[in-house]
Ligand binder design. Sequence first.
Ligand SMILES: Nc1ncnc2c1ncn2[C@@H]1O[C@H](COP(=O)(O)OP(=O)(O)OP(=O)(O)O)[C@@H](O)[C@H]1O
Ligand SMILES: [Mg+2]
Length: 492
Amino acid sequence: MIVGYVIGEASPQEALVLAEKPVRVGRYVVLEYDGVKVLGLITSVTRGSPLLDLTINDIKIVQKLKNLDTSIPQFVRADVKLLHEINSGMIPDLPPGPGTPVRFAEEDELRDIFSEGDIVIGSVIGMNIPVKIKVNSLSRHLAILAATGSGKSNTVAVLSQSIASIGGSVVIFDYHGEYYDSDIRPLNTIVPNLNPLHLQPREFATLLEIRPNATIQYRFLRNAFVNYVKEVKEKLKDGNVDYEELNTNFVKHIEDKIDEIASSEKQRQQKDAADEVKNKLEEFVDRFGGTINLTVPDITSRIKPASVNVVDISHMDEEAMDAVVSHYLRRLLDSRKEFRHRGTGLGFPVVAVIEESHVFISKNQDTLTKYYASKIAREGRKFGVSMVIVSQRPKGLDETILSQMTNKIILRMVEPTDKKYVLEASDNLTEDLVEQLSSLGIGEAIIIGNLVRLPAFVKISKFTGKLGGSDPDIKGEWSTFLNPNRIGEEFG
Ligand SMILES: Nc1ncnc2c1ncn2[C@@H]1O[C@H](COP(=O)(O)OP(=O)(O)OP(=O)(O)O)[C@@H](O)[C@H]1O
Ligand SMILES: [Mg+2]
């Protein structure tokens, strides 16, 4: 079906089309010229009339024209971004000539392009053409970005379940508690415990807020902690352990060790440092008490292949969340390295999804997670640890990490500073695509990167089944609060 004809001056990258009638942004078109068949994407559409142009300043003229029997002549213009030659896959090197006909791409032409991947994530907007993404490309990581309520969590659910269905392993850090009791299958829920026996001394010191330059404090903690862990591990080997006692007296045991070490010190300064470490240990228990458990196995032995593993961190405060997410990310990366080098450790690749990433990978704040997330962004690819960062506040994200997320699924985004920030942090995103983000509907997205051969305008599939992210029924909740008997009526 003919959309219109090229007018004005075209380049090998773009052309202006005079269209027969209004067309939707995001539709794919084909231009045939000079023996090549070029696929293009409509990136903007305008509509106007030479009779009612901007020089008109008398409303009566408009009213008179409207009252005439004949309709007002109109034109529709569309900008087309030229993507690639359909047969060769090359980027076009010649511009289309004026008058070149422009037609909608046929389903078969698009079907080939978007069926290269492994799992279906949705369909081309306005067409019945499934869009598959290449799972291997997740090694270059992914950012799922959008304004609130635009369909990020739905995308995570669809993506995760599909990855699990082909044998993959996903770990979702469930900030809002939307996934852990969802209908995603197979689901493996993980209680977000931290086992100090798996912490490195430096990691433990960071959780205690012992600063890197507090060398005396660190030395006390390190010696006490290393001794303690060694003793417990030996006891565990003998099977001679009272688990309850172990958890209850964890801090006391380490404090005893600190006292032991401090007793041989003579200087006041050393004694003060030992006391300070003890204070910090007690504060640590106040903050993370519910999370500490010396009997849980390491995260890497709790996650399952061919499953969506959900770590429900929703009941924790942000500091504790940060501790858990960073520790788990470190263990995932270390364990995959161990597997590569020695054959022990985590035997399968993982995709780690961090919801509300701007909290953990913030532009302005140095969180524990930011350190390991940036390590995974750099090294994860080699060891099979992929990262998916999800955020409704892209401009709050660390720019380097965002720019290392080669793939992006961007749903509706309106805020100009967010759009600008994402554009600057993405090599493969262009201004004309970013312009379109405000006009996307819920669940509609632009996918860029290696996941797809070409930038794709996709309506993401709706996850079928329960997912906690639906908009709350505020009116309904008021009504049930005021008329509690209604519950009885409904269920009675
Ligand atoms: N592809 C889709 N098709 C149909 N409905 C959708 C789609 N994606 C999301 N929705 C609906 O839109 C609403 C918001 O979706 P979702 O919770 O995924 O958004 P979000 O971007 O994660 O929001 P938040 O910023 O609150 O985390 C939900 O009710 C969901 O069912
Ligand atoms: Mg969400």
